[in-house]
Design a protein around this ligand. Structure first.
Ligand code: ATP
Ligand code: MG
Length: 362
């Protein structure tokens, strides 16, 4: 999938701008606060009708303006497709092939993107909660079954916790909720295990390449509940028993103590824990490998590579890692990269690409 061009209006610090892109590698170069990330954000917005860094859409509209838009064309193996998305006070309007869609879900999915931003380092360094959020988003993108089981799990969990906080909770009610929880939890757990196994396979290969063969990355699911069976109905029964065993303790502590809401993922390089012992560059490479693995997963699901957006990653990778990243990726995946200085870019990759100087929203 190739994004051939975009035109944007009143988006962040841009008033109006038209850009034609290189099919392989595009580099946005500029000092701090000039609008490099804003450009990546506009592509992300064109793809997903939302921003990666704010949930408040109105922040995307240029100060003192009423409406922002991003238009673009994508080329897939099969077709060329115009996409268009705009926001104003009343909300968002999205068009595919010049036709307005009534639901955003009909719009999303035409342009697929994977974005790697500095905050993604937290997938490795941050709290388990951040890793759960990561897995929920990524798994949710490729599995509707996962999304629906997760949302049901969270609803029942909230209800159960409310009951547990009451002065004299109804034990039978909690038992009923536990049966429901077990069903949803079993689906969530098995999907997570499957997803992490797939991600590990791709990420380990990518990490091995980027590190020039010196590092073996392992990614493991660390489920809060240790379980035996990988058959959903059987796992559900296992969980029912476990919840039963924990019932007294949960009533005493007034909260749900076990379940996938306490899951985690672990990363290791050459068998040491990356979060505890990894260098900054190793942690960054790990997070990057995980994100790049998503490119492969999406290709498996959709049949085509998404476009890749890399915000501020070059400065922290050494020359080898950088050259490997940009040369091997751009032949398969159209890539957009930001950097503050051209000297951050290795000479080995300075061909077959287009650079854009970004200055004060121009
Ligand atoms: P860095 O190298 O520091 O990451 P950058 O080039 O990525 O910088 P951006 O985040 O793209 O910078 O742009 C930041 C600029 O955009 C800031 O000057 C900010 O004031 C401006 N900006 C952000 N939102 C808006 C908006 N809604 N309207 C106008 N300007 C905005
Ligand atoms: Mg930036």
């Amino acid at each position: 999938m190739i994004l051939t061009d975009i035109s944007i209006g009143n988006f962040r610090n841009y008033d109006s701008l038209e850009l034609e892109f290189h099919p392989k590698l595009n580099i946005f170069i500029g000092a701090n606060a000039q609008g490099k990330t804003n450009l990546l954000e506009s592509i992300y917005f064109l793809a997903l009708a939302k921003s990666h860094r704010t949930s408040k859409d109105k922040e995307l509209i240029r100060f003192n303006e009423e409406e922002a838009f991003v238009n673009g064309h994508i080329n897939t193996t099969y077709s060329t497709l115009p996409l268009s998305i705009s926001i104003n006070k009343k909300g968002k309007r999205a068009k595919v092939n010049h036709l307005e869609v009534s639901k955003l879900s009909q719009y999303i999915g035409h342009l697929n993107t994977v974005l790697f931003a500095p905050e993604d380092l937290n997938i490795v360094k941050g709290s388990p909660q951040i890793r759960r959020k990561f897995i929920n988003i990524e798994c949710g993108q490729i599995s509707k079954v996962y999304l629906s089981a997760l949302s049901s799990y969270q609803k029942v969990l909230a209800t159960k916790n409310q009951y547990l906080k009451q002065r004299s909770p109804d034990k039978m009610m909690i038992e009923v909720l536990n049966v429901q929880l077990s069903e949803y939890a079993s689906i969530v757990i098995l999907k997570r295990a499957e997803f992490i196994e797939k991600i590990e396979k791709f990420a380990a290969e990518i990490h091995h390449d980027i590190s020039n063969g010196s590092e073996n990355l392992k990614i493991k699911y660390a489920p809060n509940i240790k379980y035996e069976s990988s058959i959903q109905e059987e796992l559900q029964k296992e969980l029912e028993l476990l919840f039963e065993e924990n019932l007294a303790k949960e009533m005493e502590r007034m909260q749900t103590l076990i379940g996938p809401h306490r899951d985690d993922i672990t990363f290791s390089i050459n068998d040491f824990d990356v979060q505890t012992y990894g260098s900054q560059g190793q942690q960054r490479t790990t997070a990057l490998s995980v994100k790049l693995a998503e490119l492969e997963l999406i290709r498996q699901e959709v049949g085509e590579y998404p476009v890749l957006l890399l915000d501020d990653v070059l400065s922290e990778l050494d020359e080898n890692r950088q050259a490997h990243l940009l040369t091997s990726i751009r032949d398969r995946v159209q890539t957009f990269v930001t950097t503050t200085s051209i000297s951050d870019i290795n000479h080995a990759i300075m061909n077959d690409m287009k650079t854009f100087a970004v200055e004060q929203g121009q």
